[in-house]
Design a protein around this ligand. Sequence first.
Ligand code: NDP
Length: 293
Amino acid sequence: MTTIIDGKAIAQALRARVGEAVAEIGRAHGIQPGLAVVLVGEDPASAVYVRNKGKATVEAGLQSFEHKLDASIAQADLLALIDRLNRDDAVDGILVQLPLPAHIDAERVLQAIDPAKDVDGFHPVNVGRLWTGAPALAPCTPTGCMRMIRGVLPKISGREAVIVGRSNIVGKPMAAMLLAESATVTIAHSRTQDLQQRCLNADILVAAVGRPEMIRGDWVKPGAIVIDVGINRVPRGDGKSRLVGDVAYDEAAPRARAITPVPGGVGPMTIACLIENALVAACRRRGIQPPTL
Ligand code: NDP
C-alpha cells in the first residue's frame, strides 16, 4: 500500500509546535520573535504567498512586519530598508519575496540581508554553513521535504537519492541535506543523460523541475519515496486550470512506497518551515538553544 504523504497535516502540526515553542520562549525570556516580509510590486502569486506567510506568522504568535513597496522602487531604497531591518532588534527574520523587478539585482539584495536573519537560507554564508555542516538557516522547501522523507524513512543513510533539478532554492540545498544524512546523492538537470535510468535507481526521488508530469510512472523504482516539489498550472479543458506536479502522480503512486501529492504535499511545508526558521533565528540571535520540533 502506498503512503500518501499528507503535507497539509504535517505542516499544520509543525505550525502548532512552533506556536507552542514561541509561547514558551515568550514566557521564559519575555521575547516575541518577529518576521519581516518584503514584497516589491504587484505580482498576484507573490501577493498571495506574502499574505499566507503573514497569516501563518501571526497564527504562530510571532510578530509580522509587512513591507509592500512599489514596483518602481530604486534598488538603493530597497537596500536601505534591508539595512533598517537588519538593525531593528524586533525583527528576527527577513524575507524578500522573489522574483524582484528586472531593474533590481536580486543577488545583491539577498546578500544584503544579515545572515543571522536570513530565514530563506539564500545568503552565501548560510549556503556555506549548510554544505560544511555548521548550524545554518537552511532553505525552507528542502527542509520541508527532509521532514517528509524522515517521516516515512527513518534511516536515510546508505540510500540512493536522485534529485532532478539543481536550483539554488531547491535542488542544491536538497542535495546538501540528503548528503548530510549519508544518502548517496545524484543531482540531475537538463543536460543529464539517461534520466529515466538514473531515476529508476532512486530509493528517494525528488522532482524539482517545473515541468508538468515529466517524471513518468515507469521512471520510479518500485518501493521508492517520491517527493514532488513541482507546482505547475495546466489547462483543464473547460477554460479553467489545475495544479499538477513534476511527477505523473497517477502512474507513479502505485509503484511508490510513499509519495507527496500536488497540491497538498510539499507546498504547505514551506511556510511551516519558514516560521520555524524565524523561531530558530530569534533563539540563536539571543544565545538561546532553539527547540527541536
Ligand atoms: P528552476 O527553474 O530554478 O530549476 C529547474 C531545474 O530543473 C533546473 O536545474 C533545470 O536544469 C532542471 N530541468 C529543466 N528541464 C529539465 C529536463 N527536461 N530534464 C531534467 N532537468 C530539467 O526551478 P525551481 O527549483 O525554482 O522550482 C522547481 C519547481 O518547484 C517549480 O515547479 C516550482 O514552482 C516548484 N517550487 C515549489 C515550491 C514549493 O513550495 N512547493 C518552492 C519552490 C519551487 P538546468 O539547471 O540544466 O537548466
